[in-house]
Design a protein around this ligand. Structure first.
Ligand SMILES: NC(=O)c1ccc[n+]([C@@H]2O[C@H](COP(=O)([O-])OP(=O)(O)OC[C@H]3O[C@@H](n4cnc5c(N)ncnc54)[C@H](OP(=O)(O)O)[C@@H]3O)[C@@H](O)[C@H]2O)c1
Length: 330
């Protein structure tokens, strides 16, 4: 099974219908172990690429920078041009230094050089702002980001999260339009069958500005797989379940109702629960490509199998309705 290409919103770029997220590469657990170490990271990247996967999502803070270094080491033996690499900047990197956070010109210019160095490449295909910086004007941010596109270090600009403050993205894109600068063309919000906040104005905004929508946590950090049950809780292994915040947010009766419907639809289409949850994104008109995570190669290969699952309009509707609206038509 090989992944297909999809158009990245209104850009001219074709890229993978399922993107691979590397958030857990080099991430330390509370016991001081790594959730995913370098050999495992490279196995996962190999498996993704072997199935035709070409879109790798990272951020400059993942693993404190080691995630990008490991991707860079892996890319060094590959044809870099064949891959779409997205990274993100925003979070503070030096204690006590407010300029080392956000989208002020000094920080953006420093961060892009540092991340390109770690990735061992001259450019990233997409540079996201990881969060919105209220201390820097939209004009300063867009002018600085436009400079990175003009000098070739960045191909496209992306914006992450920001629900329900999507008006800020609209404002920034309006400034860019008026000035002839590069606007945001890619959006990366959280979205999955139990986290539905983008179904209000966010998807409408993205549609209006022609933004590609590439959601993170399409599996609700593993909740929308077969390993949680209403009666027994976690029945397999999970890093997310170690967090009380995750347990309180996800292990609710309302969410287990969604999981019940997901299980029913999965049986109907002869797919796994995780595949069906991902296939839902692929059937959704307003979604470009989900960013899927995996801790093991088995999980990743299962997840990529979603590309072969077709859901009917009626099944998509039932999945949507399993957790009450509001949801948009897009
Ligand atoms: N922009 C942002 O602010 C932001 C925020 C979060 C994530 N992201 C991006 O989005 C990517 C994906 O996010 P995510 O990791 O939350 O995505 P996810 O796909 O919802 O969850 C991935 C996790 O679910 C579990 N899992 C995956 N496949 C499974 C399977 N087949 N069976 C059982 N368990 C499975 C694994 O954890 P366990 O095995 O430990 O349960 C895995 O680490 C990240 O890597 C990152 O690139 C961006």
């Amino acid at each position: 099974m090989d992944l297909d290409f999809v158009q990245l919103g209104d850009t001219g770029l074709q890229t993978s219908e399922i993107q691979f997220g590397t958030w857990r590469f080099g991430k330390e657990t509370e016991e001081g172990n790594l959730e995913i170490d370098e050999p495992r990271a490279h196995e996962l990247l190999d498996a993704y690429a072997d199935h035709g996967g070409r879109f790798i999502d990272t951020a400059d803070v993942y693993g404190g920078g080691t995630c990008e270094e490991w991707i860079g080491d892996w890319l060094a033996d590959r044809d870099r041009e064949a891959y779409t690499i997205a990274s993100k900047i925003y979070w503070q990197i030096r204690e006590g230094d407010p300029n080392s956070r956000g989208t002020n010109r000094k920080n953006v210019r420093h961060r892009i050089d540092a991340l390109l160095d770690r990735l061992g490449t001259d450019y990233v295909d997409v540079l996201y702002i990881h969060r919105w910086d209220d201390e820097t004007s939209a004009r300063e941010m867009m002018k600085t980001l436009n400079g990175l596109v003009e000098d070739g270090r960045v191909h496209y600009l992306g914006t992450s999260t920001l629900v329900p403050n999507e008006w800020k993205v609209a404002k920034a894109n309006q400034i860019a339009r008026e000035e002839g600068w590069e606007p945001f063309t890619v959006a990366q919000p959280r979205y999955n069958l139990v986290d539905r906040e983008i179904e209000g104005g966010y998807l409408d905004m993205a549609d209006d500005y022609g933004l590609a929508v590439c959601p993170w946590s399409p599996l609700g950090q593993g909740f929308l797989t077969g390993k949680y049950s209403r009666d027994e809780g976690l029945t397999g292994e999970s890093r997310a379940a170690e967090s009380s915040r995750f347990r309180e947010a996800y292990l609710t009766d309302e969410n287990f109702d969604v999981l019940d419907e997901l299980r029913t639809v999965a049986d109907e289409v002869d797919a796994t629960i995780a595949q069906t949850a991902i296939a839902y994104h692929m059937a959704h008109e307003g979604i470009t490509a989900p960013i899927v995570g995996a801790r093991t190669v088995d999980q990743l290969e299962e997840n990529l199998g979603a590309a072969e699952v077709d859901l009917s309009a009626e099944q998509v509707e039932r999945l949507r309705e399993a957790k009450g609206g509001p949801y948009s038509d897009i």
